[in-house]
Write a protein that binds this ligand. Structure first.
Ligand code: PLP
Length: 354
C-alpha cells in the first residue's frame, strides 16, 4: 500500500516496531510491572523530549491514550465555570463537542482569508471579551493551515486568558513549540509512534490548580501535572513512542519540518494538473494536501477505490472534522518523507482514473 495517511495514523519505522515488541517480550519474561520499572528512564526521557517539542517542562507532561482523552482530562480537572471558549472557524469538530459538553459555548476568533488567526484582532477581542479560555488547533486536520500559536500564547498571557493548544497534527510536522498553558496531542500521527499513546502538558501555575485526585500510593513529590497520567497504560507503546520521538529530536525537528513542508509543495505541484481535482488553500504549510472534487465526484467512494483498486491510502475528510469551515468533503493526502517522486506520479495516475 502506498501510505499517504500520516495525518490519520503514521507508519512506525522498523526500529520502533522492534522496541515495542521487545518490551512486550520483557513483560512476558519478568512481569509487566517490573518491565515498566525498568522502562521508567526511557519514559522520563519521552516526557523531556515531548516537553522540548511543546515548549514546556518535563514535569508538566502527562501520558494518556489519545488527543481526545487529553482534552477530556483537561476539561474534567481545570477549574472552569462555563462561559465561552474562543476558537478559530477551522476547529476540529470532535473538540467542539467535548467543549460544549462541559458547558462552554464556542465563539469564533477573527481570521484572515486563509483561516489564519489575526493576532491584532485577537488582542482587541480579548480586551473586549472574557472567554473562559482560548482553544487553538495548531495545524488543522483537513488542510495545511498552521496557526501562530506561540504568538497567540503571548497575547493570551497579556490578557490573563488561558490558551490550550491541540497539537495532534503539529508535533513532528511543524516545529513551532507553542509554550501555551496547556498543549496536548497524540504520538501516532506525525511522531510515528504506536497507537494508543497521547500526552497532555500543563504549565506549572495551572497544573497546581487542577482538581485532580492525588492517590495515597503516589509520591507527594509527584509534580501535579503528572497526576493526569493514565495509571494503567500501553507501556510498550510509550516505550515505542520514546524511541520514535528520540529519533526525531536527534535528527532535528526543524529539519524534518522543513523537509515535510517541501514534500507538501512537491505533492501539490505533482497534482496541480490533475484536472478533476482542485488544490485547496493558498498559503499551504506542512505536508498535507487537500483536494476539492469537481461536482459529481463522491470523495468517500474515490477514497475507497484508491485503496481497493490502486492500493493508495488516503482520507476522505468529511465536514464533521471542521464544521465551522468545511462545507463539503475533501480528499486528504498526508505523505511522510518516505514518499518518492515515483509515488506521486502513481497517485496522480490513480486519481485520474479513480
Ligand atoms: C486536530 C486533531 N485533534 C484531535 C484529534 C483526535 O485525536 P485522537 O484520535 O488521538 O483522540 C485529531 C485526530 O485526527 C486531530 O486531527
Amino acid at each position: 500500500v502506498l501510505h499517504l495517511d500520516t495525518a490519520a495514523c503514521g507508519r512506525q519505522d522498523a526500529a520502533t516496531q522492534t522496541v515495542v515488541a521487545e518490551h512486550v517480550r520483557l513483560e512476558a519474561e519478568i512481569g509487566g510491572y517490573v518491565a515498566e520499572e525498568r522502562a521508567l528512564p526511557v519514559i522520563d526521557r519521552l516526557r523531556a523530549d515531548l516537553a522540548s517539542l511543546v515548549g514546556l517542562a518535563a514535569d508538566d507532561v502527562a501520558l494518556v491514550e489519545s488527543a481526545s482523552g487529553a482534552l477530556g482530562a483537561l476539561l474534567a480537572t481545570w477549574p472552569l465555570t462555563g462561559g465561552t471558549v474562543a476558537v478559530a472557524p477551522s476547529e476540529w469538530g470532535p473538540n467542539l463537542e467535548l467543549l460544549g459538553r462541559r458547558g462552554l459555548d464556542p465563539v469564533h476568533l477573527p481570521v484572515d482569508a486563509d483561516g489564519v488567526l489575526d493576532l491584532d484582532a485577537l488582542d482587541r477581542f480579548l480586551a473586549r471579551e472574557r472567554p473562559a479560555l482560548v482553544h487553538l488547533v495548531q495545524v488543522a486536520a483537513h488542510r495545511g493551515l498552521v496557526q501562530p500559536v506561540a504568538q497567540a500564547a503571548a497575547v493570551c498571557r497579556r490578557h490573563e486568558v488561558p490558551l490550550w493548544v491541540d497539537a495532534a497534527q503539529a508535533l513532528g510536522q511543524v516545529h513551532e513549540p507553542p509554550g501555551a498553558d496547556a498543549v496536548y496531542g497524540t504520538g501516532r500521527k506525525w511522531l510515528r509512534g504506536p497507537r494508543g499513546v497521547g500526552f497532555v502538558a500543563v504549565a506549572a501555575p495551572y497544573a497546581a490548580r487542577l482538581d485532580v485526585l492525588r492517590p495515597a500510593k503516589s509520591s507527594p513529590d509527584l509534580p501535579p501535572a503528572r497526576l493526569l497520567d493514565s495509571d494503567e497504560a500501553h507501556v510498550a507503546g510509550r516505550v515505542g513512542l520514546a524511541h520514535a520521538v528520540r529519533r526525531l529530536v536527534e535528527t532535528g525537528p526543524e529539519a524534518v519540518a522543513g523537509a515535510l513542508d517541501a514534500l507538501g509543495r512537491t505533492t501539490r505541484e505533482a497534482l496541480a494538473t490533475t484536472g478533476a481535482w482542485q488544490i485547496v488553500g493558498r498559503r499551504h504549510r506542512g505536508a498535507v494536501t487537500a483536494l476539492r472534487p469537481t461536482p459529481g465526484q463522491d470523495v468517500a467512494a474515490v477514497r475507497a477505490r484508491l485503496l481497493e483498486e490502486h492500493q493508495v491510502l488516503t482520507t476522505a475528510s468529511l465536514p464533521w472534522r471542521a464544521p465551522g469551515e468545511l462545507r463539503a468533503p475533501l480528499l486528504r493526502l498526508s505523505p511522510h518523507l518516505d514518499c518518492t517522486p515515483a509515488d506521486l506520479d502513481r497517485v496522480a495516475g490513480a486519481l485520474a482514473t479513480a
